[in-house]
Design a protein around this ligand. Sequence first.
Ligand SMILES: Cc1ncc(COP(=O)(O)O)c(C=O)c1O
Length: 365
Amino acid sequence: MAEAITALYPVARARVQAMKEYHPPLGCRDTLRLDFNENTLACSPKVREVLAGVSAGSLTRYPEREPVEAMVAARLGLEPAQAALTNGVDEAIHVLFEAFLEAGDELLLPVPTYTMYEVYASATDARVVPVQAADDLQFPFERLLSAITPRTKIVAIANPNSPSGSVATRTQILEIARRVPQAVVLVDEAYFHFFGETVMDLIGTVPNLIVARTFSKAYGLAGLRLGLLAAPVELMRWVRRVLSPYSVNSLALACLPAAMEDTEYLDWYVGEVLAAREEFERALDAEGVRRWASRANFVLVEIGARHGEFTERMRAAGVLVRDRSSDPGCDGLVRITIGTREQMRTAVVALKETLSALRNEGARQ
Ligand SMILES: Cc1ncc(COP(=O)(O)O)c(C=O)c1O
C-alpha cells in the first residue's frame, strides 16, 4: 500500500501571508453599471473595426509593444523612452512599487483613495503612511507636507482622486515634488479626460515626477487592460527592469492607435458625461442628498447609516452603485459613476424611488 503523504506546502513571504485577498465586487453586471467608473456605453466604433479584423495568425505571435509605445509617446509629447505601456494602471502601480519600495521606506498615501495602492504596497516591505483628508475630502496638501520624512520613497496621488472626485493643483504637485527629492511622486491621471488638467508636460523637467494614464475609463477599454506610465528616462530604466515585456497583449496593442486617433468619439463621450454629471448633481440637490464636488466621471454622495440597503435596493432596481462606506472617512458614503444623460435619467428614477422607500420605512419605524 502506498505510504500516506503528509502535505507540506511552502508558505509565502510574511508580508504576503499578512495580506487579505482583494475581490472587487464584480459579478452579474449586465445592467446599468455605475459602480466601477468605467465608460458605461462603448469604446470607439473604430476600435471595434480593428477588433473585427484581427487575424488568427497575429495571435500566434508574441506582442510587440515598442512601435505602439512610440506612437503613444509622440501623441503625448514624450520621448519613446519616457513611455511604457502596461496591463492597466494597476500593473503600472505594481511595477513602480516593486522597483522603488524597500524595507523601511514609506509610501505617503492621501486617503481615502484608490484601493490598489495599498494592496500593492502591502506586498512590499515598505510602510504605508495614510494621510487622512478632512471632512470636505479635499486633497490634504498641508497634512501631506507634514507627513514627509527622509524615509518617504513614493507619494501616490490620484488626480482626480477616487472616490472623492477632488483634485490637487499643479502648484501643489510641484511643491510636493520639490519637498521630496528622494521620492517618486506618482500622479495617477486615470480620470484626466473628465478633468482636463495634467502634469504630463512636466515629465523630464521635474526629475521625480511620474504620471500614469489609463484607457479603462473615458476610452472604454477596461476589458483590454491598457495603461501608460510616463517617467524621466532615468526612472523608467528601473521600471523596465521589472516590467514584463509581454504584459500588454496584442489585441490591446492593435486597438490602441484607433482608440487614440478617434478623438471625435472621445470628446463626444467626455462631453456627454460632463453634461450628465451637471444634470445628475441638480437632481441630487433637489433630493437634498449631500454630495462632494467632483472633477471626474463619478459623484460621491452621503446616504447615511442605511448605505448597504441603499446599494442593494438600487441593484434590485437595475442600477449598480458602489458602497464606499468602509473607506477611511467615508462612513455612509456611496459612489455613483456618471454615464450618459439618458442612463443617468434612469438612475435618477431608481434613486428617487429608493430614497423615498427608505424614508417611508424610516418614518414607520
Ligand atoms: C485612480 C485610479 N487609478 C487606476 C485605476 C485602474 O486603472 P486600470 O483599469 O488601468 O488598471 C482606477 C480604477 O478604478 C482608479 O480609480
